[in-house]
Design a binder for this molecule. Structure first.
Ligand SMILES: [Zn+2]
Length: 392
């Protein structure tokens, strides 16, 4: 464990947050793949200690060290390649454009990535967009309504007109979310008609569905609807709807500038108390789930059986790094041809395509997402692989 420790809640500054889980030395980037096993094993690592703040309902990594992170690297949010995610984004664009009549407006997107969502927002309402993100690659032939600044968004960009401020899947990466939202509010200043639309992963889903392989170092903050609302209200915003979306996995929030901090809705105290109970159960369930997998791997090792994992995305990488199944799992299968031949950060398993299994003939295939069980089972049949399927 590193000595780095910050117990103050980054949303409400409460210093009496309760640590409830420790995960030591996991790779700081799950989605960067390596050319060699040696390189993969030497991937930079960090420690996690998750703490729960019962004042605002936030969960955060007390040991997050932002100096380990560098989003200038070839950082990519892999979700954008999934058809399900694409369909979801299209719906969200139309909902927001209709609901807030975002037409002929100026949109600023903070953390625009490669700009796909911003472009959709512009096209859907004849809007003009400026995207800020240090990882945006230079683009040619951009339509005149769209531009990108390859930098972090700060107050020095306050002069860019913004009727709408978009920020999706960014806040959970920022160590001091309170300060960041405060900066956004200062940028808005007296432009009282501005609408802020943010989206983050929903920690209620992680905690209630026991999504332990979704806990990654890159995410230092884990928002509940209560802490997400809190961080805006205390930074002089009115909060409109906080919606649970994408099958419960994400939250969106609509916020509008206010003169002063705004009060907490009556039902939040009860919601936070119920989350506290979930967090208590989560610690025990986490330990149980880890122990069950350790036992399974010990048995496989004893019987000289081979297992592979199916899916070398962040869930798979987290699974391997938390459990360290040395001598049992030597390969990770992935259907993405760009990953073939690369190595998993931290553990160094080589990534192979499904056809590799025809000759390898594993005894067990561990799949990372039960949504794909049927599809994978069929592929295994076609490859004449009669392995047992386990869901992580
Ligand atoms: Zn708090």
């Amino acid at each position: 464990m590193s000595n780095y420790l910050n117990l103050a809640c980054p949303v409400c500054r409460n210093t009496e947050s309760q640590p409830f889980i420790e995960i030591s030395q996991i790779p700081v980037y799950c989605n960067i793949l390596w050319d060699t096993a040696g390189g993969a094993k030497s991937a930079p690592r960090g420690d996690m200690q998750l703490a729960f703040c019962d004042r605002c309902g936030h969960i955060f990594n007390t040991r997050f060290d932002s100096r380990l992170m560098d989003y200038n690297q070839s950082y990519e949010n892999s979700l954008h390649h999934s058809p399900r995610f694409q369909a979801y984004a299209t719906n969200l664009v139309h909902e927001w454009v209709e609901r807030f009549d975002i037409r002929q407006k100026n949109i600023v997107e903070i953390g625009a990535g490669q700009g796909d969502f911003l472009q959709m927002m512009c096209q859907a309402g004849s809007n003009r967009g400026v995207g800020f993100d240090p990882s945006t690659l230079p683009k040619e032939d951009l339509p005149e309504y769209l531009s990108f600044i390859p930098d972090y968004y700060t107050e020095k960009y306050a002069a860019y007109p913004a009727d709408v401020l978009l920020c999706r899947h960014v806040l959970e990466h920022i160590e001091n979310a309170g300060e960041f939202v405060g900066m956004v509010r200062r940028v808005i200043g007296s432009r009282s008609k501005t609408t802020a639309l943010f989206e983050v992963p929903n920690v209620l889903w992680t905690v209630r569905e026991l999504g332990i392989w979704d806990i990654i170092y890159e995410h230092c903050g884990y928002f509940s609807p209560y802490s997400l609302s809190h961080v805006f209200r205390q930074n002089r915003f009115h909060v409109g709807r906080v919606n649970t979306v994408f099958g419960g996995q994400f939250l969106t929030i609509e916020a509008f500038p206010a003169e002063a901090a705004t009060p907490r809705p009556d039902d939040h105290a009860q919601g936070i108390a119920s989350l506290a109970a979930d967090v208590d159960r989560f610690s025990a369930a986490f330990a149980e789930k880890m122990a069950a997998w350790q036992e399974r791997f010990a048995t496989l090792r004893q019987n000289h059986q081979k297992a592979v994992i199916w899916g070398a995305g962040s869930k798979g990488v987290t699974f391997l790094n938390m459990l360290n199944p040395q001598g049992v799992v030597e390969y990770a299968v992935d259907i993405n041809p760009r990953k073939k031949g690369m190595f998993v950060a931290g553990m160094g398993q080589q990534i192979v395509d499904p056809t590799f299994l025809r000759t390898y003939q594993p005894d067990v295939v561990i799949i990372m997402n039960h949504n794909y069980e049927q599809e994978i089972s069929q592929t295994l049949q076609e490859l004449d692989v009669s392995a047992t399927i386990l869901v992580a």
